[in-house]
Design a protein around this ligand. Structure first.
Ligand code: HEM
Ligand SMILES: *[C@@H]1O[C@H](CO)[C@@H](O)[C@H](O)[C@H]1NC(C)=O
Ligand SMILES: *[C@@H]1O[C@H](CO)[C@@H](O)[C@H](O)[C@H]1NC(C)=O
Ligand SMILES: *[C@@H]1O[C@H](CO)[C@@H](O)[C@H](O)[C@H]1NC(C)=O
Ligand SMILES: *[C@@H]1O[C@H](CO)[C@@H](O)[C@H](O)[C@H]1NC(C)=O
Ligand SMILES: CC(=O)N[C@H]1CO[C@H](CO)[C@@H](O)[C@@H]1O
Length: 329
């Protein structure tokens, strides 16, 4: 064997050593040995029950987003209260006010605890339920490698600091995504999830009635749309109960219409409208609009696959919760 051969072996050895000594990573089918039916149990439950309440798919993908943006994808969003501090949990942060479906996650968890106690994390369950429910309701598929472990802390203040508010401008959005290792393209694509689901008037009524304290509507929101929403939906500035489709007419369909609305100045939140205030972002939107839904799905999947890896806890970090709403004692 020549010198190069020996070097090759040494380098290979070093790489192999580094590979085994670095922290455990997520992998496809992490539970293949420890709980072989885990992913099928989740998939079957979702497919059996999501059709009774298809609007939950929107809530689950949003829950997944909120989870990953706060302390990494560690199911902290599911906790009722923090074990370590007297502080309120993420769930009670204003942006979380309207997340639904916690009981659905709890039911999946109890099936998995019955099958293989203490094995499947709530963080993985949430990531799988989010993906499976979107697919079951006609949306894009993305890969969900597993092996996440659950966190033991959930703080309202972390949620407030990391989840972009509905009034975020472009700079804030870009910064908050960059803080999570996500770029402008991810911002534009993941915001595309607003093609499904609903919002409460309180998330945008300042744009209809009193924008920035001017006493007038937001001039960047299409005036016909403003009139329509004021007449038919959010009839008073302090209505905080009425729900509005974010993508009227196709709130259940994962499609490109969110982006069509944006360029018609009909994005519902300031954060949606902000995406056409930047030229690079606007050109990404126009590119999406000139492509097919399949192209959008593929790009969306890439960004989701990045999002669901944010700061994951693996190996021996964290725990496998017994109940998704409470840390193990
Ligand atoms: C870019 C920053 C984002 C902001 C400022 C934002 C803000 C909001 C707000 C204010 C609501 C309505 C809450 C309500 O009034 O009930 C909402 C709903 C929703 N968001 Fe976002 N969001 C953002 C990004 C995302 C991302 C990344 C996803 C998922 C990948 C997502 C998925 C959803 C979905 C599906 C709904 C509808 C929920 C339902 O129907 O229950 N959002 N978002
Ligand atoms: C968590 O809180 C919710 C609502 O406050 C409650 O319904 C649920 O029973 C709690 N779960 C646990 C396990 O304590
Ligand atoms: C965006 O919002 C942030 C935080 O509210 C603010 O500090 C900043 O000046 C705003 N940027 C622009 C360009 O309006
Ligand atoms: C609009 O908001 C400003 C500042 O919050 C407030 O002083 C003013 O009274 C509001 N105007 C109306 C018409 O509600
Ligand atoms: C909703 O509005 C009502 C009446 O304006 C108010 O009493 C209530 O506290 C509001 N709820 C929230 C969650 O802001
Ligand atoms: C149900 C819930 O989580 N409510 C809380 C949401 O956030 C608001 C404002 O921060 C709190 O006042 C609610 O108690």
């Amino acid at each position: 064997m020549g010198v190069i051969g020996y070097f090759g072996i040494i380098i290979f050895g070093i790489l192999a050593f580094m590979g085994s000594s670095t922290e455990a990573q997520l992998q496809m089918g992490f539970y293949a040995k420890s709980c072989p039916k885990a992913e099928k149990i989740v998939h079957d439950f979702v497919n059996k029950h999501i059709h009774n309440a298809p609007s939950l798919a929107a809530s689950f993908i949003r829950m997944n987003f909120h989870d990953c943006f706060v302390r990494g994808c560690d199911a902290s969003v599911l906790l009722n209260s923090s074990s370590s501090s007297g502080e309120k949990p993420e769930k009670e942060a204003a942006p979380n006010l309207t997340i639904r479906g916690f009981d659905f996650i709890d039911r999946v968890k109890s099936l998995l605890e019955a099958e293989c106690p203490g094995v499947v994390s709530c963080a993985d369950i949430l990531a799988l339920v989010s993906r499976d429910s979107i697919v079951a309701t006609g949306g894009p598929f993305w890969k969900v490698p597993t092996g996440r472990r659950d966190g033991v802390t959930s703080r309202l203040s972390d949620a407030m600091a990391n989840i972009p508010p509905f009034f975020a401008n472009f700079t804030t959005l870009q910064t908050q995504f960059a803080n999570q290792g996500l770029d402008l393209k991810d911002l534009v694509l993941l915001s595309g999830a607003h093609t499904i689901g609903i919002a409460h008037c309180s998330s945008f009524s300042d744009r209809l009635y009193n924008f920035s304290g001017t006493g007038l509507p937001d001039p960047s929101l299409d005036s016909e749309y403003v009139a329509n929403l004021r007449e038919n939906k959010c009839k008073s500035p302090d209505d905080n109960t009425t729900k509005v489709e974010m993508d009227p007419g196709s709130r259940n369909t994962f499609d490109l219409s969110y982006y069509s609305l944006l360029v018609k100045r009909r994005g519902l939140f300031e954060s949606d409208a902000a995406l056409i205030t930047d030229s690079v972002s606007l050109s990404l939107i126009n590119q999406l609009l000139s492509g097919s839904v399949e192209d959008f799905f593929a790009e969306f999947a890439n960004s989701m696959e990045k999002m669901i890896k944010i700061n994951v806890k693996t190996g021996t970090v964290g725990e496998i919760r017994k109940h998704c709403a409470i840390v193990n004692s």
